[in-house]
Design a protein around this ligand. Structure first.
Ligand code: OFO
Length: 167
């Protein structure tokens, strides 16, 4: 495997793993602070990111590349409230999208068309996740700091997410 691409795919393994651990920390914070719906939402997101990471690990191995399982940074653990949680979610998704775009750019530069093809799955995934993060954050910004609004958001977050993914 082209060494530039191998390095970029390994970096992407780290970003997906980092997102998974970040969402796990966010789920745990929500769980500990009485937001059970938000906690379930982020437990699921954490699981999804782990799947994204695994898909890359398996792909690199299938293509006879070398996988370097990365050390991760400690995720942020405490939050001022659920608005900050969803701001962090959107920021994290935007960051991952930028990194995926970089892998795609380099695959084309290096004429690695099968990598380019493989990465298209991540492009669609990011489109959905960024849209979801924006929708949920928009809703929270409408609600503002109203506690009963947060209660209803927490109760409905999984339904909102499911409805959004069908749009
Ligand atoms: Fe891995 O899908 Fe978002 O970050």
């Amino acid at each position: 495997m082209n060494t530039i691409i191998e390095k970029l795919l390994n970096d992407q393994v780290k970003f997906e793993a980092q997102a998974s651990m970040q969402y796990l920390a966010m789920a745990s914070w929500a769980d500990a602070n009485g937001f059970n719906g938000v906690a379930d939402f982020f437990y699921n997101q954490s699981e999804e990111e782990r799947v994204h990471m695994l898909k890359l690990v398996k792909f690199i191995n299938e293509r006879s590349g070398n996988v370097a399982i990365p050390a991760l940074e400690k995720p942020k653990e405490s939050y001022s409230g659920i608005i900050e949680l969803f701001e962090k979610f959107l920021q994290s998704e935007i960051f991952v999208t930028e990194q995926i775009n970089h892998v795609i750019f380099e695959s084309l530069q290096n004429k690695e068309y099968s990598i380019h093809n493989f990465m298209q799955w991540y492009v669609s995934e990011q489109l959905e996740e960024e849209a979801l993060a924006r929708t949920l954050l928009d809703k929270l910004n409408i609600i503002g700091n109203d506690k009963s609004g947060h209660y209803l958001f927490d109760r409905d977050v999984n339904a909102i997410a499911a409805a959004n993914s069908k749009e």
